[in-house]
Design a protein around this ligand. Structure first.
Ligand SMILES: Cc1cc2nc3c(=O)[nH]c(=O)nc-3n(C[C@H](O)[C@H](O)[C@H](O)COP(=O)(O)OP(=O)(O)OC[C@H]3O[C@@H](n4cnc5c(N)ncnc54)[C@H](O)[C@@H]3O)c2cc1C
Length: 403
């Protein structure tokens, strides 16, 4: 790589070396070993984020969720360790934050979702102390378990915001682990657990919602729907919610807490929203089946950053990556892209230690289960899948383009 020339060129340029970006690079190289691929990725660290739920529950080592980017990038890829900033799709150019121009024939955008801690007044000042925790970052996830260990009874709040989030089930998975932890410690009877959810239901797919409602009963969880966290005062241990009534009117409710797990509001990254590749809501504007950009046929997108209406999960990427790769190669060979993604998303809903409901569904909310048994039932085998099998699969197969 030569950063001194004005314009660097790659046949395929990938924005983001996270789950989506590396999956696509590795799969492309398996199909076309000589392909010239560049990845713009500023971070020296690569994270396996799905395990942060178990880290928060004290059942997974945080250090096993991180590896060096250099060790997970396919060897034949050129790593451009910079921030992508400006897209000029008419000229097939991306400009990095420090002004480097990079041109491409084909562009793949997989820059993930942006966490907006600052959208909740007072959160940044108190996160990581006063019992205010969040599994939504490498730095903060271990404090969730510390808070649980320090908890001696009282009120625990679990929040879920009004924005799209990565892994929509994660805000409640940690709640069930907390409930189970306190049950084992014999503290459940002295604990008030509340799920303060900006949405309207516990889970969008009825089959799984039925099980989850029973799990809530087991841990004595009060479900407060249409409750959006707007501010937090860690010293006073108070959280303020904007509550939407059935008639659409809004009111403020202040709740005292001894511990609170916050799922932060999320959005498309700012550099994506301001780009000509974004839709009106800021997400990369792709066809939801082919993953090809709606205006620029040599641009594709996958993962959390696109406007495809599926659950934003690594599981979705596992189904999106082969579709994107097949379609990109079709376009490269002057053919029409024909592979189709059906909106598959999966949510391994941890419901306690050694208990998991494996939800799997498509764009239309149809249940599309992998195993020949009822996955709405809590199972130990599915917990093992999450704790042992999926992390292994991620590092050894998915990032290597083999799954
Ligand atoms: C607590 C938690 C629990 C989860 N649980 C599950 C689960 O059980 N199952 C599941 O399937 N999924 C789960 N997920 C979701 C899953 O981790 C994400 O959906 C997945 O990582 C998305 O992949 P991505 O490639 O779109 O984004 P990411 O993997 O986040 O990668 C985006 C990359 O873009 C890079 N980037 C950012 N800005 C720039 C820039 N300016 N220029 C270039 N690169 C940039 C970032 O550094 C990053 O490496 C969970 C996530 C969390 C946080």
């Amino acid at each position: 790589m030569d950063n001194t020339t004005n314009t660097q060129k790659h046949s395929v340029l990938i924005i983001g070396g996270g789950n989506g970006g590396i999956s696509v690079a590795a799969q492309l190289l398996r199909k076309m070993p000589g392909l010239d691929i560049g990845i713009i990725e500023p971070s020296e660290k690569h994270y396996y984020q799905p395990a942060w739920t178990l880290v928060g529950g004290g059942d997974f080592d945080i250090e096993k969720t991180v590896r060096k980017t250099r060790d997970v990038l396919p060897k034949k890829v050129t790593w451009i360790k910079k921030y992508a900033d400006t897209f000029l799709p008419e000229k097939n150019l991306v400009i990095t934050k420090d002004g480097q121009e990079i041109s491409y024939q084909y562009l793949v955008v997989s820059a993930g979702i942006q966490i907006n801690w600052g959208w909740i007044d007072g959160l940044e000042e108190t996160l990581g102390k006063n019992g205010v925790c969040s599994n939504y970052s490498f730095e903060t996830a271990p404090y969730t378990f510390k808070s649980l260990q320090n908890f001696k009874g009282g009120t625990i709040l679990f929040t879920s915001p009004a924005t799209p989030v990565k892994c929509g089930g994660a805000p409640q998975k940690i709640m069930y682990l907390a409930g189970d932890y306190l049950r084992k410690k014999d503290l459940l009877s002295q604990t008030n657990i509340e799920f303060c959810n900006a949405g309207k239901v516990i889970f969008g797919v009825k089959k799984y919602a039925e099980t989850l409602n029973k799990v809530c009963e087991r841990y004595g969880v009060t479900q407060n729907h249409r409750h959006e966290l707007v501010s937090i005062d860690g010293n006073k241990k108070e959280a303020t919610f904007s509550v939407t009534q059935a008639d659409g009117s809004k009111s403020k409710v202040v709740k005292r807490f001894d511990m609170i797990h916050v799922t932060p509001p999320q959005s498309a990254p700012d550099f994506i929203s301001k780009s000509p590749l974004a839709d009106a809501n800021g997400w990369i504007d792709v066809d939801k089946h082919t993953l090809q950009h709606k205006k620029h046929p040599n641009v594709f997108g996958l993962g959390d950053v696109t406007n495809t209406p599926n659950a934003k999960t690594g599981a979705a990427i596992r189904k999106q990556a082969p579709v994107l790769v097949a379609n990109l190669l079709e376009v490269l060979n002057q053919k029409t892209p024909e592979s189709q993604y059906n909106g598959y998303g999966s949510c391994p809903l941890v419901t306690g230690y050694g208990k998991l409901v494996l939800a799997e569904f498509d764009y239309d909310g149809n249940v599309v289960e992998t195993f020949p048994f009822n996955q709405a039932k809590e199972r130990y085998s599915m917990y093992l899948l999450k704790k042992k099998v999926l992390p292994w699969l991620y590092w050894n197969r998915i990032l290597k383009g083999k799954a």
